[in-house]
Design a protein around this ligand. Structure first.
Ligand SMILES: NC(=O)c1ccc[n+]([C@@H]2O[C@H](COP(=O)([O-])OP(=O)(O)OC[C@H]3O[C@@H](n4cnc5c(N)ncnc54)[C@H](OP(=O)(O)O)[C@@H]3O)[C@@H](O)[C@H]2O)c1
Length: 385
């Protein structure tokens, strides 16, 4: 049976990998709706190839451009945040891939969950800001959230035949990013170009910078806390530069389950789309003989101060993860525009967290208010250079 698929963030690193998986799996999936930002050449090519019934772009002018090109295929074109919501609840989509970057992905993810879809979740920020909320909504609508992040896909696979009450510890691995072996005193000299040179994965710019600061792993810990309903004290991270083992689950009896694969996001993406089935991906497997050795290191909080802040936010809960995520998005945005230096990213986030007054983030309105407030604060702390 062909299943309909809607992709939020179709022109991004995850979005294009999803389409590659769809191509490889032949007629199993039909692309029914796409949402993107402003990469018009790529989106146009996708619309020509897949002819979805619905397309959303970030602004009105781009919508006009796509509309005139896609009229003959009767593609409906919408735009803005409301357009992305329309894609998230689109008719005919059994699966919604949530792969918009950052907080902008939260509203559409929530909409897909409310519509009762299977949500293949790449946008970890949604779980960070509103995990409890998304789970409550999923319980109400019957939506199933399947992780796309390789680490969470690994945990999901390890736990598929296990009882959660037997879990002692869940360990996510991190590559350590490009600066894992950089002397601490040299971090301040690191440029944007160097931060974007990830040793293992090719990803969008925001998540690549988050990997260099290890904030990505902090966000993933918070994501795991909700996805697997695991207490913060049972969550841990190890640096594993080879990125072959994506996660480990230690059981009560001392057994440790692990999930390994080649570093190719198409593997967890395919699993999220075909679950509970598996099918031949025709992708290269993991050649451990070639990898040679698997190393694991504890995280040094001095090298990765943002990771320490994320752990604090995970433990404290309430509004802290929302403020952490918002401050980080502003700081990373400024770094990507080369307005601040690499060590300014944790400095800005730390100041926002220090000034933040924790309170419940128990409604959508509260989440957006806290997000806005933390962004305002973060902009105040961006050093003028
Ligand atoms: N890349 C990975 O390997 C990876 C792995 C695990 C998890 N993730 C997570 O997946 C998410 C996406 O990451 P990525 O690496 O694919 O990012 P990316 O390459 O930057 O792609 C982001 C996508 O979102 C679209 N977009 C951005 N803002 C939007 C908005 N306001 N409305 C509609 N569309 C918008 C972009 O459109 P335009 O480009 O057209 O502007 C693009 O299609 C992130 O949350 C990331 O943490 C990524």
């Amino acid at each position: 049976m062909t299943r309909g698929i809607a992709i939020l963030g179709s022109t991004g690193s995850i979005g294009t990998s999803v389409l590659d998986v769809v191509d490889r799996l032949g007629g199993r999936f039909r692309v029914t709706a796409l949402a993107a930002g402003s990469n018009m050449p790529l989106l146009t090519a996708q619309v020509e190839k897949y002819r979805p019934a619905l397309v959303s772009v970030s602004d009105k002018r781009n919508a006009g451009e796509i509309r005139s090109l896609s009229r003959r295929w009767r593609t409906k074109v919408v735009h803005g945040p409301e357009g992305a919501l329309e894609v998230a609840r689109a008719e005919g989509a059994d699966i919604v891939v949530s792969a918009i970057t950052g907080m902008s992905g939260f509203g559409p993810t929530l909409e897909a969950v409310r519509a009762g879809r299977r949500v293949a979740l790449a946008n970890k920020e949604s779980m960070v800001v509103g995990g409890a909320f998304l789970l409550k909504e999923a319980a109400r609508s019957g939506a199933r959230i399947i992780p796309v992040d390789s680490e969470h896909s690994g945990v999901f696979q390890c736990l598929s035949k296990e009882k959660k009450r037997y879990v002692r510890r869940v360990i996510l691995t991190a590559s350590g990013g490009p600066f894992f072996r950089t002397p601490l005193k040299d971090l301040k000299k690191k440029t944007l170009e160097e931060a974007l040179r990830h040793p293992r994965w090719v990803m969008g710019k925001k998540v690549t910078v988050d990997s260099a600061t290890l904030m990505n792993k902090g966000l993933e810990l918070i994501e795991a806390r909700w996805l697997f309903d695991i207490e913060p004290a049972k969550l841990d991270v190890l640096i594993h530069p080879q990125s072959a083992v994506h996660s480990l689950v230690e059981m009560e009896d001392g057994s440790v389950l692990a999930q390994l694969s080649a570093t190719d996001m198409r593997i967890p993406i395919q699993y999220a789309l075909t679950w509970p089935e598996r099918c031949d991906s025709a992708l290269p497997g993991l050649d451990l003989g070639k990898v040679g050795r698997l190393e694991f290191f504890r995280v040094d909080d001095r090298r990765y101060p943002l990771f320490a802040l994320a752990k604090e936010a995970l433990r404290a809960g309430e509004s802290l993860p929302v403020a952490l995520n918002a401050a980080n998005e502003v700081a990373v945005g400024a770094f990507l525009e080369e307005k601040i230096l690499f060590p300014d990213i944790p400095a800005v986030v730390a100041k926002v967290m220090e000034a933040h007054r924790a309170r419940p983030a128990d409604s959508i309105e509260a989440i957006y208010n806290i997000d806005r407030e933390a962004r305002r604060e973060a902009r105040r702390f961006i050093p003028q250079r």
